[in-house]
Design a protein. Sequence first.
Length: 123
Amino acid sequence: MFKEITFRTSSREEAVDITDQVQAAIAEAGVDEGFVFIYVPHSTAAVSIHARLEQGEAPRLERMLNTAYPDQDAPHTTKAAFVAPTEVGIVKDGRMLLGEDQRIYFYEFAGPAERKVYLYIGS
């Protein structure tokens, strides 16, 4: 099953938690065991799975990228490529398997903008 998630980012650079939308799409697909491909079709955005970020906490990944590319005009496409446009997850019991503290984050590097995330869920 193919699913598209759409939303608008609100800052030039930010992390948006899309975990609940991905889990809802898996439930909608009715897949008990299988896989989910998560793909970001934008050259200035990416997706990453890592520890939950607390409200207002500066993501470690963003801090690392800003250290690697301290110039505010650093290529947004370079930052996005460093993080990557895809993630693959395993579905078991109708949910994507994640660690206790893991979440799925969409990274914006050239916002605010209308954005999409494509999911392919299969068994």
